[in-house]
Every structure is written in C-alpha cells, then in structure tokens.
Design a protein around this ligand. Structure first.
Ligand code: GAL
Length: 713
C-alpha cells in the first residue's frame, strides 16, 4: 500500500516547523474505519471493471470475465442493480446466478466486488408498498421504472434493504473470492416530503434541540409568526413552494443536515450488517459522486474507506478551447483532496471509459484524456480504480454509453484501448514506487489545508444574496489558485489538526464560532499562514449574525474592521486595484478598514468606498493572516494574492497554468494537464522523465524522478 500522503506530510513538516498540535485532532476518525489495512492488495492500485451478468446471456459470461482478465483488470464489480433477480418475489431469494458468476469471475482470475442492490428496487415492492418511494416537492409519489427514488426514512424500505443485505452478507461475507463491498449507488439525499420523512425530521429536531423553544430561537420563530408550539407541528421546509430566502434559512439548513444524516445512517446500517458477517475479511465502501453537494461523506461512520465516481467529459468547457474534451479540471483534483484525508485511503470506483449518454451534450473524450485521468488518479494516491463498464449496452437507457469493449462484446473501443494501454504503463511504474518514500521537503513546505464544511456550503447556498454567487464554483476558483503553486492540498474540517499544514485557506467559511477563531489564532501564532476570504466569519456557528460589528468574530484575527459588503448587478462596474493593475468585480466585496500594523494588498477604485481596502495581510506571532474580501470576475487577483502568501512566507512555489496539477507518490513526481494549451514545464536539473514529455500537451502526462537533495525526507 502507498504510504498515506498525510502521514508522509506529517513526518516531513514536523522537521521544518514546530507547531503544537491543537486539541481535537483525530477526533473525527470513526472507530470502524480500517482503510488500507483491509484492502490487503498486492498492487499499489488495483484496476477493476463493472459487469452486469444479468444484462447478458449466461453463455457469454465466461468469455467476458476471461476478456477482462486478459486485458489486465484485477477485479470485477457485480450485483449493484440486480435486486429483481436476487429477490424475484418478496422473501424468495435467488443467489444461484450470482454464485455462478462469482465462480466464473474467480476462475478467470478476477477478485469480486459486490454491490448491494438498494438503489434499484423490484417492481413487486412498489406495487405492494408504494410508501417505499419518495414524495417530491410537489407531493408526487415516485414510482417504478428508474433507480433510486426511494424514501430513506420509510421503515418498510429500510427493512427490505436490511433483509437482502443480511442474506447477501450471510452468503458471501466469508467467501474468499469476494474482496469487498460497495453499498448502494452514488448515494444522494434526495428531497423527500413523505410522512415518514416528516416524522423522522421531527425526531431529528427533538434530539438536536431538546425543547421547542430552543428550536424556535435557532430558527428565528419570532419572525413572521413562524414559531411552532411542539415538534409534532413542524413541517419539512419546502423550498419549491416557498422561495428559499423567504423560509427560515436556519430551518432549511437543518433540513439539509437531517437529509445528510439520514443518508449516512442508511449507508452505515448496511455497512454494519456486512461487517457482522465479513469481519475484517472484506472491506466496505460506497461510490460517492465526486461532487458531493447534498450528502456529507464525513457523516458516515461505518465505511472502511470512501470511493467516488468520475465522469470528467460531460459537455462543459471549463477552460475554453478544446478543454470540453479533456474534462472539468477541478473534479478529480478536488475529490482526491477531499476523500483522501478522511482516513488516508480512497479509490475511484467509476471512471468514464469513453463517451457517456446522460449529459446535455455528450462529446468524445480527446485522445489522451482517459490516459491522463488514470495517471491523475494514480498520482493522487488512489488505491483502486474501476471503470464503468466492461461492455457497451445494446439496449436500455444507457445504450449510448461506451464500455471498454464495443457493441460486439469483445473488441476494445478506441477509448477502451487507451484505457488498457494506460493500465499496463501505470502497473509498470507502480512496481517501481517506493512505498516508504517520504514526501519531499520541497513539497511539504507548501502543503495546504483547505477548510471545508458541508454545513457552511449549504448555508451559503441558502442565502447567496446575488445570482452571481455560486458556492461550488467559488471553491473551484480557490482550489485551482492553490494548485498553480504546485502545493499538495487536503480538504480538512474544523476538528482536524491544522498544525499539519504550513498554509491554511478558509474561503467563504461563513459560520465561525469563537472556538474556531481561537484555534485559527493559535495556529497562526505558532507559525501557520492563514488565508480567509469574502464572507468568512460573517455568521456564527448557528448561522446567525453575532450581536456586534460585522464579522465580529474574526476582526482581531484579520487586524481590520469590516464596514459592510457590496455586490453589483451585471450592468454596473466595480474595480479593484492592486500592484498597479485593475480587476473587475461584481460578485462580492467586503469593505475593509485596516487596523494599525495591517498591510493593504488591494483597494476598491470606485463607488462610495473608493480607497477602502479589498484585501489585507498582517503578521501575527510566527505566522500571518491574509483576508481577501473581494471576489473578482475572473479570479485572477485572488490567484495572485493567494500566491503572494507563500512568497511572503519565503516558501518556493511553482507557476503552473490553471488545470495543470503537480502530484507526488512513492518517490515520483507527476504532472497532468487539463489545460487546452501546451505548457513548457522546465524539468528540474538532474530529473529524469519516465513517462511523457515537456512541453506538456493538452491532456498530457509527465512523470519524473527528482534527485531530492541528500538527506531530504
Ligand atoms: C454513474 C452511475 C452509474 C452509471 C454511470 C453512467 O453516475 O453511478 O451507475 O449510470 O453514471 O455514466
């Protein structure tokens, strides 16, 4: 197994900076998480491919499994949507076909990952128990015909799930041919306005608040007579019927939290059942989407490690030119940075194998793009990489979705060939990695923590205040800015140990408790460099404004006062100046007045606050605090300001174009490019390229080994 990057960082950073560990570090890690210890894989990264035996004639199964093994796959993945065949009639299970498929896969030399089928319920269930389906925002009960659409609070559905998972775990939990389990499919916390959801929400609130008065205070029940007299009266806030900003934002935030908790408990319940039978013989994960906006993967306690799905080319053109065929640059980079630190082990459970069917426009990935994503996944530390799917379907709703082999069932598609060749190349390099190599000091010195909380994200989305505010795009802007420095980056939470990161960025981290502000202060005093941005610290942990001046909780920390904040309609102009240059802004402007000792980095050029500060920095103890109050139209100023924090701290950084990423694993450096323009990266002297070349072409990959100065970890 690769040494978890985080551990490597800790070892390296500990040598360069002595910052005391704040209390609370490690509290988040759920007891059940076993991570790498359970994988027991001989490879650095195992390659797998999805197969749906129920979709193909039995006489083709052996040929297909043999084909997978021959192409270089090490595991296959089955049973994810097959409930109707596993339990064709209520209470009557049929595992014969799955037994047979597992036997054939094993005979072909493949390990098996089993999916639990909870995402696609059989027709008989909805016929007999319609309550298993969710009720949408319009009161419409959903029905059979597609997957998911179930009610995660319905006791009948949950009981059926528990029964089938128990039956599967009892049958396969001891089976050495079964390597691990994936629960459900791309878990989501769909809106559900069923009676069971309402009752569960009321119970959740009762537990959270204890008394209805406490909830009324938190939700601002004194406003517009919205208070409740008892928990039994509470309704599910329906943002389709009432504009989101007219409902209590605190009620809407609690609903998002409740849904994410419900989702996590649903996964945990299945994982617990499998663990009861499988013990430590098999691992349990789920395949989150790479952009998790309604779920909160950190809320699940019983998974051994997280995995995610990834479809980078699906019709968006993030960086212009041909970048639509290379893929969204932030997706894999951010997902790896988010899922890896949860416990040091993660996988990519579905990687786009070619053209997909479900985007509004479905272009072909550019030749080389799939290769680049695979190297990127490897470089970011993934322990397993599976692709969806082996065969191109001949019918059904995904019949326009490519597989590794084409419509004849045996010949690899163009993209399939690229996939297979890249597996071979990655395996060759993986065999040469040094699992004990430590992250070099040159990279550890700029390691960056990105503070993230789903609760804060939901809160921003509930009250954006301008249609120009898009919280996820805002996050992408800052992660891409950090990545231009070539810094390793982890998303971390308030409970994590900040001292592991020489740099910590908390963009638009709106809800800040006094305890968090104090933790930030300690971090900075002891040598950390903290970057805060627009909206960070505007609200308290309840999502209310503190009774005091704007941003009261962080003013002493940033060394500035906040006069107020502004946003502009597209028809108006706003300019901000820094370093003799001018940038346009519309989205957000915190208007800052520096206190003595605080340096101004950027200034508003117009409106009644012309001359006021838009960004400031100050030294505090052994570290620094930088506040970037403005959000410019193209994000270039923020990128320059972020980079200047490392430079002022005397830490060497790179100057990479947006979408070019630098990773390190097991003694090798990796660079991949989602940028549509070639990039001439000067290989460090003495470094040897072992894969690819510079200039890095669009969708290019460069792997090299650097001679790190002797003695450097
Ligand atoms: C994923 C999903 C898979 C499959 C795939 C098609 O989001 O998890 O089951 O539908 O999309 O691209």
């Amino acid at each position: 197994m690769p040494k978890p990057l985080l551990a490597a960082l800790f070892a390296a950073f500990a040598l360069t900076a002595a910052v005391a560990a704040p209390a609370g570090a490690g509290e988040r890690q759920p007891a059940r998480l076993q991570g790498a210890a359970l994988l027991h894989q001989p490879e650095q990264m195992s390659f797998g491919v999805y197969y749906y035996p129920e979709q193909w004639p039995q006489e083709q199964w052996q040929r297909d499994f043999d084909g997978m093994a021959k192409l270089g796959f090490e595991f296959t993945h089955m049973a994810e949507f097959s409930w109707t065949y596993l339990e064709p009639k209520e209470g009557q299970y049929d595992f014969g076909w799955l037994d047979h498929a597992i036997a054939l896969a094993h005979a072909a030399g493949l390990r098996v990952v089993l999916g639990t089928p909870s995402a696609a319920v059989p027709s008989w269930m909805g016929q007999r128990y319609p309550q298993v389906y969710r009720v949408d925002e319009h009161g419409q009960r959903h029905e059979h015909g597609i997957r998911a659409e179930v009610s995660l609070t319905d006791p009948t559905y949950k009981a059926f799930v528990a029964k089938i998972v128990t039956a599967m775990a009892a049958r396969y939990g001891h089976d050495p041919r079964v390597w691990g389990w994936q629960i459900d499919n791309e878990p989501s916390a769909f809106p559900d306005f069923s009676d069971s959801a309402r009752k569960a929400f009321q119970d959740w609130l009762r537990k959270k608040y204890g008394s209805i008065d406490a909830m009324n205070t938190a939700w601002a029940g004194s406003f517009w007579s919205t208070r409740y007299d008892s928990f039994d009266e509470v309704l599910l806030p329906n943002t389709t019927l009432a504009a989101e900003d007219k409902l209590s934002p605190h009620a809407v935030l609690d609903l998002a939290r409740f849904r994410a908790d419900t989702q996590a408990q649903f996964l945990d319940a299945q994982a617990e059942i499998i663990h009861q039978y499988a013990g430590k013989r098999q691992w349990v994960t789920t395949d989150y989407t790479n952009v998790s906006t309604d779920t909160d993967p950190r809320r699940a306690r019983a998974l051994d490690f997280p995995t995610f799905t990834l479809y980078p080319v699906a019709g968006t053109n993030a960086l212009g030119g041909d970048s639509y065929a290379i893929g969204k640059p932030a997706n894999l980079m951010e997902a790896a940075a988010y899922f890896r630190p949860i416990n040091g082990t993660f996988g990519v459970m579905e990687l786009q194998p070619g053209q997909v069917n479900w985007a509004s426009i479905n272009p072909q990935p550019m030749p080389g793009a799939i290769r680049m994503w695979m190297w990127h996944a490897f470089a970011s530390g993934a322990s397993l990489l599976a692709t969806y799917r082996y065969r191109h379907p001949l019918r059904g709703s995904e019949m326009y979705h490519e597989g590794i082999v084409g419509t004849d069932g045996v010949t690899p598609s163009r993209t399939g060939r690229e996939y297979i060749n890249t597996m071979r190349d990655i395996k060759a390099l993986a065999a040469r990695l040094d699992p004990n190599a430590k992250l070099p000091a040159r990279l550890a010195a700029r390691y960056t923590g990105y503070l993230w909380s789903q609760d804060v994200f939901w809160d921003l989305e509930i009250q954006p205040q301008t249609t120009l505010w898009h919280s996820w795009a805002y996050r992408n802007g800052y992660t891409l800015a950090v990545q231009t420095t070539g810094a390793p980056m982890d998303f971390i939470s308030e409970q994590d140990d900040f001292s592991r990161y020489p740099f910590l960025i908390a963009p638009a981290y709106q809800m800040v408790s006094p305890a968090l502000a104090a933790k930030w202060k300690r971090y900075v005093e002891q040598g950390g460099h903290l970057i805060l941005t627009s909206r960070t610290g505007q609200k308290n942990a309840l999502g209310h404004f503190p009774e005091g001046p704007w941003y009261a909780t962080i003013l002493d920390l940033i060394g500035a006062d906040v006069d107020g904040f502004d946003m502009l309609p597209p028809s108006a102009d706003g300019e901000v100046k820094a370093d003799g240059k001018t940038w346009a802004w519309h989205r957000w402007a915190d208007i800052l007045t520096p206190r003595p000792g605080t340096e101004v980095l950027a200034t508003y050029a117009d409106h009644y606050y012309a001359g006021k500060a838009a960004a400031t920095t100050r030294k505090l103890g052994k570290g620094s605090v930088t506040m970037i109050g403005v959000s410019t139209d193209d994000g270039e100023l923020e990128r320059a300001l972020v980079r200047s924090v490392y430079q002022r701290a005397g830490v060497a950084i790179e100057d990479l174009p947006t979408g070019v990423f630098h990773d390190w694993r097991g003694g090798y450096d990796f660079m991949v490019s989602y940028n549509p323009k070639p990039f001439a990266f000067p290989l460090p002297s003495g470094a040897q390229a072992v894969q690819g070349q510079t200039p890095l072409a669009p969708a290019g990959v460069l792997v090299w080994k650097e001679k790190d100065a002797a003695g450097q970890p």
